[in-house]
Design a protein around this ligand. Structure first.
Ligand SMILES: [Zn+2]
Length: 362
């Protein structure tokens, strides 16, 4: 443990990178209320922003899957028009920039926003437009935002979403993801779709190894996933002896040797029951073993977190300090689905100088 904990205010000044953040999990409560009024959506549990925010966080923290899923019903419920999507995406850019995030990949399943008549292409175009508008509003805190197109495991539209992602790949869609319940919906049934994306030299990250264990991780890698959404259950393939010495199984060794990025989301894991507490989260073991660990928010509204608060919680539990947060940030930037030269420029022009300034500041 470090003697001094880092203040959230200091962490907010660090140039950070976020790879796993759901657009429909990060709305401002005030915005949900406004959009519900505009669209005649009457199912919100409260129209008071504070009470609504607390309701969302209770849903995430009660270990009730039904209540948790209900929270997304409301955010998705108000994301059904072009204007609503633009506003949500623009505010996402503003909120992340205000938190000191300099590069983010935001993800969402476009198929969830077609109930009001939008086409899949219109959904993606509105989100990218929102990112442009939001980024332009925060020129004092520049942020680069890219989009990951998610397909839902329990639905049957992965092929369409893959084509959609490829159509918009030069406009800001940099990757493809599968989300939704792991148990009962193995990614193998999307093998043909993934094969097509790999053949098109597109990027893939898959939600795997969150609630469900090693078979899910193995299958995601077999199918061409470059990163693991969560991937935290890789610890099931690591044995610790009485002295704390770790022995890696073949899969864990492969993940570490190949530098496969783990998109860890500690608070979200605590809320979903995948980890008992931040203090007992496998983040610490995986980071000490030098896996390619990255720190992420998952759902900022439901988990009541920001990337800075997440780092602050990890620093309080494990004494990360500035150097380790920089290492985690470089891990994330190296793992981004941005072209190599742009990644390198972010590292040399933004991230390293940003940390150096904070380090030299007494
Ligand atoms: Zn997620």
């Amino acid at each position: 443990m470090s003697a001094e904990r880092l203040e959230v205010g200091l962490i907010q000044q660090m140039p950070k990178v976020l790879l796993h953040d759901h657009l429909d999990g990060g709305l401002r409560p005030r915005t949900i209320i406004d959009l519900a009024a505009e669209q005649g959506y009457r199912k919100l549990p409260s129209t008071d922003p504070d009470a609504l925010g607390e309701w969302f966080q209770r849903g995430a923290d009660q270990g009730s899957l039904e209540l948790y899923l209900e929270t997304f019903e409301h955010t998705v419920g108000v994301m059904q028009t072009r204007d609503a999507l633009i506003r949500v995406a623009a505010e996402c850019a503003e909120d992340l920039a205000a938190d000191g995030v300099v590069y983010a990949e935001s993800r969402y399943a476009p198929e969830l926003s077609t109930a009001g008549g939008l086409t899949l292409d219109e959904v993606v175009e509105a989100i990218l437009e929102g990112f442009r508008i939001g980024s332009a509003r925060v020129q004092n805190r520049p942020i680069v935002l890219r989009f990951l197109a998610t397909a839902m495991r329990q639905a049957d539209r992965a092929g369409e979403i893959a084509d959609l992602a490829l159509r918009h790949r030069d406009a800001g869609v940099v990757g493809f993801d599968i989300a939704g319940p792991e148990a009962g919906y193995p990614p193998g049934r999307f093998g043909v779709v993934f094969g097509r994306l790999v053949h098109a030299n597109f990027h893939l990250t898959l939600h795997a190894g969150e609630g469900y264990g090693l078979p899910s991780i193995r299958e995601a890698l077999d199918l061409g996933a470059e990163r693991l959404g969560h991937g935290v259950r890789i610890v099931d393939d690591i044995a610790l002896d009485a002295t704390g010495t770790a022995t890696l199984g073949r899969l864990a060794a492969y993940v570490r040797d190949r530098r496969i990025p783990l998109e860890l989301c500690p608070t979200s894991n605590v809320h979903s029951g995948a980890a008992a507490s931040i203090e007992r989260h496998p983040f610490d073991l995986l980071r000490r073993l030098r896996f390619r660990v990255t720190v992420n928010t998952d759902n900022r509204l439901m988990s009541d977190v920001s990337l800075s608060s997440e780092f602050a919680a990890l620093d309080a539990a494990f004494g990360l300090g500035l150097d380790e947060i920089e290492w985690l940030t470089l891990n994330a930037m190296k793992s981004a689905f941005l072209p190599f030269d742009e990644r390198l420029a972010m590292i040399t022009d933004t991230i390293k100088p940003g940390f150096a300034v904070l380090r030299s500041d007494p």
